[in-house]
Structures are given as C-alpha cells and as structure tokens.
Design a protein around this ligand. Structure first.
Ligand code: 26V
Length: 839
C-alpha cells in the first residue's frame, strides 16, 4: 500500500521531533513517522507493513518507557515488599495489540495508521510471537505478569533470553518437522538492553576454605549475565512492570587476541562460543550428557543472575535507610519458583548469603526458607526433575555441599522428632544415593526448603497432599496450598474477540468486567433473552468466519462456518489423549460412510480441529500428529461425507493461533486421563469465549464445571480415584473393550488412512501392563462414555437456543478463572505483598 514514509501533513518531510505521549491520531502518526525516519532499521523511504509495524511498536514503546520509569522510581521510593517470579519459560506471544489495548489507545493508533495508509489489523500481524516457552506453564507465567501489572503489584518476572524459542512446526508427508524459530531475526522492539545490569555467573571450579573456616567457590569459567528488560503494561493503569531476560556474554578480556592473530580463531573465542550456547535454545535436547549439562547451566544461569540482582536491589534500597539486616530480607523479597526448573535458587541464595555476605548457616537458612515458595505443575513421574549428582558436583561444587547439608539436617530433624516416619526417610530426603545412579531430587529440595508449596487446581493440590507429597504434609501441614490457575481476560477475551466483548459491555452496561471478571455473572439473567442470544450468535459467527478463512489460508481446507467447530489444541501428549479424539473422529467417519444420504442429513455437521506440537524426540506424539493429518486427508476429500465431517490438523499452534481459534470455537476437548492434567488453562480460555467443554473430571475442569453448572458441561470418563483400580483390573486381564473401540482401531489397521505403520501407536492401546503398553492412559476404558458424551453434544447442537444459552452460561460462569483472582490470592496468601500504585 503506502510504500514511502509520509508525514501526517501529507508531505514527505519527516517530523522534527518525536511526540511520544501524543493522544491525537495525527500527532501519533507523526510519532510513528518519526520512528520510521530516525530509528534506522531499514533502508530509508520504505514504509511497507513491516516497517510500519516496527515504527508503530517503537512509538508505543515510547509511552511504555515513560510509565515504566515512573513505576520503577515509585517502587524505589516506597520500597515495598516485592515479588520475583522465576521461570524458565514465558509464552508472551505478540505484544502490540496487548500494549495499545492496555494503554487504551487502540482507536487512536488505528486512526493514526489509517492516516499513514495502513490498517492496524494488518500491521499487528507483522509481529512474530515471542515463544520462550512450551505450553501451559509458560503461558501461565505470561498471564501472571499481565495480572501483576494490572493489580499494581510490586512484582517482576525473571527469565532467559533464548535466541531460538519453541520450534516452528511444519507438516510434511512424514508428519511433523521442526524448524528453528528466529524471533530475534530482525530485532524485538519490546526489549531494552541494560548495559549497566551485568552479573558474573560461575560454572565448574572448586571450593576453597578460608583460614576462618568459611568457604569460597573459585576457579572454573565465569560468564556475564546481561539484562534485557521487556515492559509489561497493566490494564488501564500507569503501572508498567518488567520481565527481565538474561543473556549470557563473555567479556572482551576473555577473547584471546594473541591466539586469534595466530590463526586459532575457534580457541581464541572459546568462552564466547560457550556463552552463546547458554541462551541458544529453549529446551536443548537432553538425550546426551552434554545436553543435560547445558540445561542445568541454563537453570543455574537464571537463578544466579536473578538472585544477585535481587540482592543488589535490596542492598541499594537499604542504603541511607538504616543498617543492613539480613533478617529483613524476607519482608522485602518474595521469590516464586515456577516448577522445579529454578530450584537452584535455593542453594544459590544460601551461598550468596553465607560465602559472599558472610552470615552463618542458621540465619541464611532462616532467610532463604522464608523467602522462597514453590509451585508444582505436574505429577507425571517423568517430568519430576532429577539431576545426576556427579554432574552437579562438577558444575556446582559449592551448591552440592549446601544441598548435602540441607539434606543432612532434614534427615536429622525427622530422626529426632518423628519415629513414625523413619521408614519414609529414603523417599523424602533430597539426595537419592542409589549407587548406580545417584541423583538430586529437585522437588524434594523445594518442599523441604520453601515456606509454601502449591498446586494449580483444587484436584491437583489434593493429589499432591494425598500422594506425591503426603509424607511431608504430616510434618508441615500448613505449608501446602492450592492456587487454581487463571488466564488474563485482556488477551483472552477483550482483545482476541472484540465482537463478543462489545456485546458483553453493551448488555452489562459497563466494561468493568475486563478487570473484574466476576461481573460476567451479570450475563446469566440474559441467557434466555432471544435478542441477546441473537447478538451472541452473530458475534460467534463472525469469529467462526474469520477462523474458517484462516484455516483455508494455512491448510487449503475449506470448512463450513455452519458446522459445529470442535477444537482440541495443546501440546501433543499421550495423557492428553488426542488419540481418543481422533479415534472418535474415525468412528464417526465410519458410521457416516455406512449411512444412507437421507440418514446423513440428520447428523450434526462437524469440523474437528486438532493442533499442537510434539516434543521432537517423543515418537508416539509425532505418530499422533501424522495420524490426524492422514485421517484429515482421507475424510476431507471424501465427497460422500465431507459436508458432514471435516478433520483438520492446525499447523504450528502458538499463542497467536490460539487467539484466532478460541474465539471461533463452539466445543473444545479437555479429555486427559483423570488425575494427570494438573490444571489446564486453555479450558478456561475456551469457556470464557462461550465455548462448551467436553471433558473428564481432571484439573481445572472440575472447578469450571462447578462454576458454569453441570448441565452446561459434557462430562465423561473415569474419575481420578477410579484410575488406579482400572489399571490394576487391566493388568489382571479384566478389561473388556467396547466393540466400537475395536471397530475404530481395526479401521486404521485396515489401511484406509494410508500405508504408514500405525501398529506401534495402536499397540500402546493393547496388552495388559506397563507404561507405553496396556493402555496406561485408559483410552479404551473411556471410549464408550466419550462417544456417548459426543452423542449428547450432537443432540444439544440441534437445539440452537439451548446451545446459545449454554454458551452464554459458560462465559457468565468464567469469572473465577481470571488470573487477577489467582494473583490476588498469591499476593495475599503466599507473598504477603500489597498494591503499590503509581500516582
Ligand atoms: C513436562 C514433560 C517434560 C518431559 C516429557 C514429559 C513431560 C510431561 C509433562 C511436562 C509438564 C511440565 C510442567 C507443565 O508444563 N505443567 C503444566 O502446567 C500448566 C500450568 O500450571 C497446567 O495448566 C498444565 O496442566 C500442566 O501440564
């Protein structure tokens, strides 16, 4: 469209000065124009959508920087207790729509871009997703930052600035292909490098004992952690907090100029190349020893840099404010560990306090354990981190001494106070000294050291207390809490579905629901109102049409906006049971084929969409991706049925794709084996968008069903407490499969979906025992009740008014699942921090 830079006055003369805080569209346009001219990222005079995006983002950033500085100064002046959220993952997605939405300048920016010959909707699409995370855990961290800022809490996030985030997924004839995703290829306009915030981080080396008996970690290799800050604006508040991402650097002194001039280029820059490896990729493959070591280095790098920064801020604010009392540290600092990935914060804080600040064990332990809290996000045994003791001794010798001491003291505590727990000590202690494979159990280290341990949904927290951490509960009953997850209503309704949002605001006569989501209950009284229902339906239809266009664009498959849009999007994992979904689809296809065309007319037309990434080395997950694609290819090109059923694999699922899919969904599947999904958060996003759920009694599904009403939830499957017995029965050969289940599997084996060998995948559903065999995830057991629930879905969809009512009641009952509620609870019940609003 507009190929050259224009000034708002219509001449090509650039504006003389930036006007960063302008509110008028013409002044904003001139600020955008200023950036296009004076932030020289591209050749001059180009103003294609890409250049317009960068200039717009920089213009928005001007505002954020202003608010950000004010926030920082205000926190510094008030010196409140502050929370630091440590996470190896953040799934931020795009920032532009969110920033202008939270700043409430959406219309002004849309008008400004219009003046410059561009459409805001087109410009925002230019941004690459920041995908520094895998799935729910990373997205949760990002939702939490949004809520912390919105609630004006003194809180920051810390993470790593990975060069390559989560891979881009391509679908080929072979199935999933992983491609590196270079989110920093051009640059990110949202990060600000802080050249003055640099901390040394050591690896390897040895422990030396000083004459006074104190210990010091010396030698090894020392890298520098350099801070990059990303502004996190709150919704309709000045408060703008930071996500501080660390990058690893080597210093100029580490560059061996002599070697370089001698032609030894690689060894001259050895430390530089090691530094580059640290933040090169999110989740380096850990099949090899080197891969494991690199992952451990990443974890330590995050912990060490963040804690040095936190301590230096604590000391800085103390200056001139009386004497330095370390016992006050926990009344100024709360550190939240997002799963066990940043567990090394515990021994690192101990080390910094003892070896650098010079305080004794008892005081250091008191400070550390009053500062740190831990959130558990999974009960899956393979996801509970255990690090090899020899690797840890090599990389972090001082930390291993400290961990040994923590373990020794913990064991002594049990021995002296709890005769009843003697036999449990082996499982409860931190170091597993099994000679063949001695490991450090990170979750145990967290539970022993943290003042609070929480699960992420009520059922999950109950399971933690009754199973995984049961033995600790009798020692520290008050340590364990629940904090049911939440999602930000800004990104996940207000900005991703303006159509539905406008209707909600119109009928509630207020837009306060955006920051007080409980107000959505006010929609209940309109659930039967035909006028409201019709407006609701037309907003949903607009979203479905937009989604249909997108699907055609990325897959070439045409889907019918009048069919039932049925979506399952999440990481591909056997416990999440995408296999159950596709087997159901296969059975549906077979039945449609067997029907007469008259009979087919009475069925509810469906479009089944499945999306998600499989971990590169997880073979069965990749087979599932392949199967979904193969089924789609056959079903969608079958003229007999393809107006009644379509099966689409949505490629490269990420935050931005979710923002397109969720508003257009009508049914979504959250069908994990009960007891295995800690919470799930996409279930909350779908329900908030008026999408009905078919699901098991797992994770947050339980609470969603309670909130929206059981009559609005399609429930099926075994419950968590039935699962162990069902597995036992199966081992004893007592399982009798439903004929429909056998029929669906047989249909695949018959080769209808191509010649790929699906036997290894199908075999996981056969046999009587073992993980990976014997249907550990109970797909066969739950299949009949799943199909019955699907039949109830088909019936319900035929009654348009009933469906609309259920849809409205889903949204109306979603208030609890705002991350504002979750974060308010963390602030009050774990962190003990309060609002610090910038005046
Ligand atoms: C990690 C791994 C890594 C190795 C392969 C198997 C495997 C399986 C699961 C995991 C999950 C790690 C923790 C995690 O991401 N948990 C998710 O956290 C979300 C936010 O609390 C929650 O909604 C999801 O239910 C939970 O799976």
């Amino acid at each position: 469209m507009a190929a050259t830079v224009k000034s708002s006055g219509g001449t090509s003369k650039p504006p003389a000065a930036a006007q960063p805080l302008a509110d008028e569209p013409s002044a904003i346009a001139s600020n955008i124009n200023y950036h296009a001219h004076y932030s020289p990222h591209f050749s001059p005079f180009k103003f294609e959508p890409e250049q317009a995006y960068y200039a717009t983002a920089e213009s928005v950033r001007d505002r954020l920087v202003q608010q950000w500085n004010e926030t920082y100064l205000h926190f510094h002046k008030v010196d409140p207790k502050q929370t630091y959220y440590l996470s190896m993952e953040y799934l931020q997605g795009r920032a532009l729509t969110n920033a202008i939405g939270n700043l409430n300048v959406q219309n002004a920016y849309a008008d400004a871009l219009n003046k410059l010959g561009h459409q805001l909707e087109e410009i925002v699409e230019q941004e690459k997703d920041a995908a520094l995370g895998n799935g729910g855990l990373g997205r949760l961290a990002s939702c939490f930052l949004d809520s912390m800022a919105t609630l004006n809490l003194p809180a920051w996030g810390y993470g790593l600035r990975y060069r390559y985030g989560l891979f881009k997924q391509r679908i080929t004839k072979e199935g999933q292909e992983e491609v590196a995703e270079d989110w920093l290829e051009k640059f990110s306009p949202w990060e600000v490098v802080r050249h003055d915030v640099v901390f040394p981080v050591r690896f390897f080396g040895q422990v030396e004992v000083n004459p006074d008996g104190s210990r010091k970690w010396e030698g090894g290799e020392v890298l520098q952690a350099l801070a990059y800050d990303v502004p996190i604006p709150g919704y309709k508040t000045k408060n703008t907090i930071s996500l501080r991402l660390w990058e690893a650097k080597a210093s100029a002194e580490d560059f061996n100029l002599f070697q370089f001039n001698d032609g030894q280029y690689e060894s001259a820059a050895q430390l530089h190349s090691r530094a580059q490896q640290i933040c090169a990729v999110l989740y380096p493959g850990d099949a090899t020893e080197d891969g494991k070591l690199l992952r451990l280095k990443q974890q330590f790098f995050l912990c060490s840099a963040s804690l040095q920064d936190i301590i230096s801020r604590f000391k800085g604010r103390k200056q001139g404010n009386g004497s330095l009392e370390w016992s006050e540290f926990p009344s100024k600092v709360a550190v939240q560990l997002n799963d066990t990935h940043p567990t090394l914060a515990i021994p690192e804080l101990m080390r910094l306090l003892m070896d650098v600040e010079g305080i004794g064990w008892d005081e250091a332990w008191d400070v550390t354990s009053r500062t740190i809290a831990y959130t558990n996000h999974t009960v899956l045994p393979e996801a509970l981190e255990k690090w090899s003791q020899p690797v840890m001794w090599k990389l972090l010798p001082r930390h291993m001494e400290i961990i040994e001491e923590i373990d020794k003291r913990f064991i002594a505590l049990i021995r002296s106070t709890r005769t009843d727990l003697q036999t449990k000590i082996y499982n409860m202690c931190i170091l597993d000294n099994y000679p063949q494979k001695p490991v450090v159990r990170m979750a145990n280290l967290c539970v022993v050291s943290a003042h609070t341990v929480n699960g992420v949904a009520q059922l999950h927290s109950d399971i933690l207390k009754s199973e995984l951490f049961a033995d600790y509960v009798s020692i520290w009953p008050k340590k364990f809490q629940n904090k049911t997850n939440g999602i930000t209503p800004r990104r996940w309704l207000r900005f991703c579905s303006p159509e539905l949002s406008n209707i909600i605001t119109k009928w509630l006569k207020t837009d306060q629901w955006v920051s007080n989501l409980d107000l959505l209950t006010g929609l209940r009284k309109f659930a039967d109102n035909a006028g409201f229902q019709d407006e609701w339906a037309s907003a949903k239809m607009a979203n479905k049409q937009r989604l249909a266009q997108y699907i055609e664009h990325v897959t070439g498959v045409r889907i019918d906006p009048n069919s039932l849009f049925d979506i399952q999007v999440k990481r591909i994992h056997e416990y999440k049971r995408q296999l159950l979904n596709i087997l159901g689809a296969i059975y549906r296809y077979k039945k449609l084929k067997e029907m007469s065309s008259e009979e087919r007319k009475n069925t509810t037309p469906r479009t089944i969409m499945i999306g998600g990434k499989a971990f590169a080395t997880y073979t069965n997950a990749k087979r599932i991706v392949k199967l979904v694609n193969d089924v789609g290819a056959v079903v969608n090109s079958d003229p007999e049925v393809n107006s009644h059923l379509k099966v689409v694999f949505v490629p490269n699922y990420n935050v931005s794709v979710a923002e397109m899919l969720i508003p257009g969904s009508e049914l979504s599947q959250h069908i994990s084996t009960a007891g295995m999904e800690a919470s799930g958060t996409s279930n909350m996003k779908f329900a908030l968008n008026g999408c009905l759920i078919i699901g098991t009694l797992d994770g947050a599904n339980v609470e969603i069903r309670e909130e929206i009403g059981e009559e609005n939830f399609f429930l099926f499957g075994a419950t968590a407490d039935e699962v162990p017995k069902l597995r036992k029965d199966r081992e004893n050969g007592l399982f009798k499969p439903d004929p429909r289940f056998e029929e669906a599997k047989q249909f695949i084996r018959s080769g209808v979906f191509g010649s790929y060998d699906y036997n290894p995948l199908l075999d996981s559903l056969e046999g009587n025992s073992g993980y990976g065999r014997g249907d550990y995830f109970l797909v066969g057991h739950d299949f009949p009740s799943y199909m019955d629930a699907q039949a109830r879905v088909d019936e319900a969809y035929k009654d348009r008014r009933r469906w609309l009512k259920m849809s409205i009641l889903s949204t109306a009952g979603s208030g609890k699942f705002s991350s504002d509620r979750t974060i308010a609870q963390y602030a009050k019940e774990i962190w003990n921090i309060s609002e610090c609003r910038v005046p």
